[in-house]
Write a protein that binds this ligand. Structure first.
Ligand SMILES: [Zn+2]
Length: 223
């Protein structure tokens, strides 16, 4: 009950500090949303993309699920929640960026790596099976399941999801036309760093090092 009271108090504060602000940012949003970016993030309570990137309402269109997975394109009769959110972002909102945001200490990836623990589950085991080929590759490479292989699987899972995005014909088309960019980001909770996959070096590097503007700002701060 304490948490519920905290959420209600938080909402009251949002109304006072944001909703009723004199410049009325929400009034503009009532006309419609126009985010340029969609984020596919994990459901983990510590990795809310709006919070860690300090976004305002209207900034990002978000779908979250266990282990930030994008399943490959499938045109069957199933209920494709993630794919329909991506379709809405790309076809209707016409976002320019799709970010797959993974993170360290991911419980979803841990469950994938120790899948005996979740074999009994009704939905989770099957959901995580999208990433089973990634798990096999990582375990083959490291020879065992340990902290390092779990981290590698978190990162490799992001790249697999980015690759899966390209199996959607209308995403592939827009990327080819230069209208859409795909990004693989990794929030390293222990260091508080946000890393981005760099195609040139095939590694995840801190975003402040990759982005010239951020790099300059960081250098200014340290002077
Ligand atoms: Zn997670």
């Amino acid at each position: 009950m304490k948490d519920i009271q905290k959420f209600i108090a938080g909402f009251r504060n949002f109304r006072k500090e944001y909703f009723s602000r004199e410049d009325a940012p929400f009034e503009i949003l009532l006309k419609g949303q126009n985010p340029t970016t969609m984020v596919i993030a994990c459901s983990d309570s510590r990795t809310d993309p709006s919070f860690i990137m300090q976004c305002e309402p209207g900034d990002i269109f978000v779908v979250r699920n266990v282990a930030n997975i994008v399943p490959p394109y499938e045109s069957d009769e199933g209920f494709h929640g993630v794919s329909s959110a991506i379709e809405y972002a790309v076809k209707v909102l016409k976002v320019e960026h799709l970010i797959v945001l993974g993170h360290s200490l991911c419980g979803g990836i841990d469950a994938l790596m120790h899948d005996d623990k979740v074999r009994h589950t009704e939905f989770l085991y099957k959901w995580l099976s999208v990433m089973r080929p990634v798990r096999e590759e990582v375990v083959d490479h490291f020879g065992e399941v340990n902290k390092r292989s779990c981290t590698a699987c978190e990162m490799a899972g992001i790249l697999r999801s980015v690759r899966n995005l390209m199996t959607f014909p209308w995403i592939k088309e827009r990327v080819g036309e230069g209208k859409l960019s795909l990004h693989g980001w990794y929030f390293e909770m222990e260091s508080g760093q946000l890393l981005s996959y760099m195609r040139e070096t095939e590694t995840f590097e801190p975003l402040s090092m990759c982005c010239p503007v951020l790099k300059r700002e960081q250098e200014d701060e340290s002077e």
